[in-house]
Design a binder for this molecule. Structure first.
Ligand code: FAD
Length: 409
């Protein structure tokens, strides 16, 4: 069996590793001329880390990232709304990993090169069409020099991100992604370690949220961490076209982000404006998603990762769900009941699960607990239990964890 994959992001490359484990031949087509280690911080939840650990990548992930120990939600005054242990410290059998997205991609990419060989990846090939004849799928692509190519296989997996060409061919009337009106600015810089150097915080409320977590230790400087920050704030109307088209690599503008944190956040663990000013290059990304689809698999063609279920980047699910998709797809294909049946079963397993997360993320995901507290106590509180009981706060956070499949054992 030979699988064609459009896109060499975290979803496409992880799928290649799982299919290779299952004895399936793989050929990948990536639009970019090289696989570059782009992005900033990303979190991988324990159920996704487990999948990568099962294919032998745990040591590489440990070397590149941080085993997150605790997550703390606070209001904009730094008062704790919720705190919980994560990963191994919460009783899972594998850690949660906070990591630079580019480093994670690098770990997976190197494993693909080692195990499948360089020839498995065709760089500079933008997929722009496909066809099915009998038991064969052909994919058509354009090269950077203007020439065109075609390859044949037994199935096609569209793992080509939020602006997927494969999805557009399956759903030609869908149109562009949908903007929430919220802008996300994100960056990473070397910064003094906070607490144990393995703690993540999300602070703020409805006006703006500030996310802060370490993603890499520096053996030469144990008191420092490569630290990821993000600011999310409403700058437009939900459903309007984004101010600038979504592009993960678009640089942010200091004067646009600072007003959302300066004089608004009073945290005792970090001055958001100070870490933002200290970051040489940071990025903006309009929070975009798409409506959940009624179907991903059509004959021998299916979708995976952001191509299948682009979601707002809250709740640490973007990369994690793509990895779970990859493992599920390989498991169904290896069952030997035929490709079309396997793709249908993958669709039936993963589509409802991820659609629910897309919709939950629109409501703020687990971070909704901060919004709830801020709405009731905008100027802070003396006793959090009088603002919302433990059970009420727990239902927001743990309800999301169950939905996303990583509830604490
Ligand atoms: C450059 C970049 C930076 C990112 N940074 C962050 C970040 O800092 N924080 C965060 O939470 N998430 C980030 N993301 C998103 C995150 O990686 C994904 O949400 C998640 O990992 C799911 O990955 P995916 O492989 O499904 O999609 P993606 O990561 O979007 O990968 C899709 C891949 O397909 C390729 N591609 C697109 N169209 C075609 C085509 N027609 N033919 C062939 N190849 C195509 C793209 O070049 C890309 O390599 C970033 C994504 C990208 C592409």
């Amino acid at each position: 069996m030979k699988a064609l994959i459009a896109g060499a992001g975290i979803g496409g490359l992880t799928t290649a590793l799982f299919l290779h484990e299952a004895g399936i031949e793989v050929e990948i087509f990536e639009r970019a001329d090289e696989v570059r280690e782009l992005g900033v911080g990303i979190n991988m939840l324990p159920h996704a880390v487990k999948q990568l650990a099962d294919i032998g990548l745990m040591a590489d992930l440990d070397a590149a990232g941080i085993r997150t120990r605790e997550l703390i939600y606070t209001n904009r005054f730094g008062q704790i709304v919720w705190q919980e242990l994560r990963g191994l410290d919460a009783g899972h059998d594998v850690p949660q990993i906070s990591i630079h997205r580019g480093k994670l991609l690098g770990v997976i990419y190197r494993a693909v090169i080692d195990r499948l060989g360089r020839d498995a990846i065709n760089l500079g090939c933008r997929v722009d069409g496909f066809g099915e004849t009998g038991n064969t799928v052909s994919v058509r692509f354009a090269r950077g020099d203007g020439s065109r190519g075609e390859a044949r296989g037994d199935l096609l997996i569209g793992a080509d991100g939020i602006r997927s060409a494969v999805r557009a061919a399956l759903y030609p009337d869908e149109g562009p992604s949908i903007w929430s009106g919220i802008m996300l600015w994100r960056g990473a810089t070397h910064w003094p370690k906070w607490r144990d150097g393995r703690t993540m915080a999300i602070a703020g409320g409805n006006f703006a949220k500030f996310v802060y977590y370490p993603i890499e230790a520096d053996p030469g400087e144990p008191g420092m961490r490569l630290t990821n920050w993000a600011v999310m704030a409403k700058v437009g109307e939900a459903g309007a076209p984004p101010l600038r088209r979504e592009d993960w690599s678009r640089s942010g503008v200091m004067e646009e982000v600072l007003p959302f944190v300066r004089d608004r956040f009073h945290l005792d663990f970090v001055d958001p404006a100070a870490i933002i000013r200290a970051t040489e290059t940071f990025y903006e990304y309009p929070n975009c998603d798409r409506e959940p689809l009624p179907r991903w698999s059509f004959g021998r063609v299916t979708l995976l990762g952001d191509a299948a279920h682009p979601m707002y980047p809250v709740g640490s699910n973007g990369a994690s769900q793509a990895i779970l998709d990859a493992q599920s797809l390989a498991t169904h294909l290896r069952s030997g009941d035929g490709i079309e049946a396997a793709l249908s079963r993958y669709d039936a397993e993963r589509r409802p699960a991820t659609s629910a997360i897309v919709l939950a993320n629109r409501k703020g995901g687990p971070e909704g607990v901060i919004d709830m507290i801020e709405a009731r106590a905008p100027d802070g509180f003396d006793d959090i239990d009088k603002v919302a009981s433990y059970e009420e706060r727990e239902s927001v956070v743990r309800g999301y964890a169950s939905l996303a499949g990583f509830a604490r054992p």
